[in-house]
Design a binder for this molecule. Structure first.
Ligand code: UDP
Ligand code: MG
Length: 177
């Protein structure tokens, strides 16, 4: 019985990581992925995304009432840097905690100097946090976010339950391929 409980608490989970537009513009994508490798977690999905306001607002919907919300949406959609983010799905035991520990505190000035945000983040002279990385706060939040950013076929395995729907939409293929 005790063994079963242990197995349950060691369950694999997934965490969404976004390498934010400031980090992409500064060429920090490789450094951040290298730093995250120290967590020992696996990557099960990765892509470059041009973030729409709709996606950004849905992703950060729980912060809608915050005074920094509008600027946060501008930041993540690339108004200040570049239009793209790199979206990654990490998988493993305690994935969200491990990634968030490696990321450091939200405020880059308070983040441990050896953490990703401590090393690469900054607060602009206007007071805006540029903290280079997003990481899901929990496995539950990770699931919500991953479903928002990725289709099942974009991940190496169907990590959440899927369903098949008949679609009549046209799809684009490589010409001649
Ligand atoms: N944020 C900000 N000012 C704040 C708090 C948050 O600009 O005082 C931004 C920052 O980019 C942060 C994001 O909003 O990463 C989401 O906030 P959250 O509290 O969820 O922090 P996180 O989970 O990213 O550490
Ligand atoms: Mg958060």
């Amino acid at each position: 019985m005790e063994q079963e409980v242990h197995k349950e608490t060691m369950k694999k989970e997934q965490c969404l990581v976004l390498i934010k537009p400031d980090a992409v513009l500064k060429g920090l994508t490789g450094d951040i992925i290298s730093d995250l490798a120290a967590t020992g977690l696996g990557i099960v999905g990765a892509k470059v995304v041009e973030v729409t306001r709709e996606l950004a607002e849905e992703h950060y919907q729980h912060l809608r009432e915050e005074k920094f919300f509008s600027e946060l949406i501008d930041y993540i959609t690339g108004e200040f840097h570049t239009r793209t983010v790199v979206a990654l799905v990490y998988e493993g035991e305690y994935a969200c905690k491990k990634i968030r520990d490696a990321a450091g505190s939200t405020n880059p000035e308070e983040a441990h100097p050896g953490s990703i945000r401590g090393k690469y983040g900054r607060i602009t002279s206007k007071g805006r946090f540029e903290n280079v990385i997003h990481a899901s706060e929990s496995a539950k939040e990770g699931e919500r976010e991953i479903k928002l950013w990725f289709r099942p076929g974009e991940l190496v395995s169907a990590i959440f339950e899927t369903e098949t729907r008949s679609m009549t939409t046209k799809e684009t293929f490589w010409k001649g391929g």
